[in-house]
Design a protein around this ligand. Sequence first.
Ligand SMILES: Cc1cc2nc3c(=O)[nH]c(=O)nc-3n(C[C@H](O)[C@H](O)[C@H](O)COP(=O)(O)OP(=O)(O)OC[C@H]3O[C@@H](n4cnc5c(N)ncnc54)[C@H](O)[C@@H]3O)c2cc1C
Length: 367
Amino acid sequence: MGCYTRGAVIPVQENIRLAPLTTLGIGGPARRFARASTEDALVEALEVAGDAGWPRLVLGGGSNLLVSDAGFDGLVLAAAIGGVTFTEAGDGTTRVTAGAGVNWDSLVSACVGRGLAGIECLSGIPGWVGATPIQNVGAYGQEVSDVIARVRAYDRQTADVVELSAADCGFSYRTSVFNTTARGRYVVLSVTYVLRDDAPPAIGYPDVARAFDGRAAPPSLRDVRDAVRRIRASKAMLLTDGDADVRSAGSFFKNPIVDESAAHGVDAAAGAACPRYPADGGVKLPAAWLIERAGFGKGTRRGRVGLSTKHTLALINRGGASASDVLSFAGEIQEGVEAGFGVRLRPEPAFVGFPDDVVRRFGAVSA
Ligand SMILES: Cc1cc2nc3c(=O)[nH]c(=O)nc-3n(C[C@H](O)[C@H](O)[C@H](O)COP(=O)(O)OP(=O)(O)OC[C@H]3O[C@@H](n4cnc5c(N)ncnc54)[C@H](O)[C@@H]3O)c2cc1C
């Protein structure tokens, strides 16, 4: 272990395996690894790495990553900044500010416990607060962009700590400036969410509404949180010990957004109407529907990888899988869907340590 430091002492370990730090359980070593638990330590580590010319990867809970078998030849920095504050605004809302390293589901639980509405349907999503703005985390009818007021970040371009408004973040479906136009520029230090005091939970999403079918009393925030976690567990979308289907990065493919004519082409090729929802000026098609109709049903296996038996979109490590195994199966699915329906699926997890041409070929983003 070395200590690369200016002011604060930041222990830097070498050749640390990344696989155990990801939910897929795949990936080679990080050449260097450090964990920063304060803003100052994180900024300092970034600056030291910058001065030394090391490539940098900011890591949260590792639940949205595909790490290459070669690993990462640079500094992997876990943004483990803690701390949560609740500030009543006096207008029926509370501003909740959480450090980048706070566990997301623990934050949701604390907010639900205080009667704060706005993120109850995002219960059970793995990972840390700092990653929530990156791909505008969403589920069951809610997205963090609905409630984010401010993102405090270190700007690597100007070497300043900046405050970004929700508008600055450029949120849309599973994207933001953080994973598109300003990819790699900002390191999130903390996020402020504005939640509604004593407001009813969101139960508009069909799966959630169904959970309360036939019930006379309106569900509480806690009821909705519990229902969402149950639904997630039934789809292996909740990290639960002993369930082989949860060794995934969640949904491996994004739902594609296409124009109406492409959607009609899908209907014609499938001989059935593909479900669709308006999104970002086009229509969003369910990737799971396309994958299943292209011949990849739940539980499809390819050696050490496969699709979850409970969720078509989750590509799982069945034990001892490599990143190459994942890429080979993901490529087969992409080609099958494209050949069948003319739609190219794009991976949702960020790719780490792959050559640029591989990232481009898969239509992925680098972390
Ligand atoms: C079982 C399962 C279910 C899931 N369900 C959902 C779901 O319903 N909806 C959904 O949207 N996602 C879902 N995901 C994906 C994932 O949980 C989220 O994207 C989560 O926000 C990732 O958080 P993380 O801390 O694990 O990020 P990581 O995987 O560690 O990192 C993801 C990306 O964010 C970057 N990053 C992380 N922290 C910071 C920071 N502080 N500053 C700048 N960049 C940073 C990383 O560099 C990387 O590019 C699921 C994943 C799993 C395994």
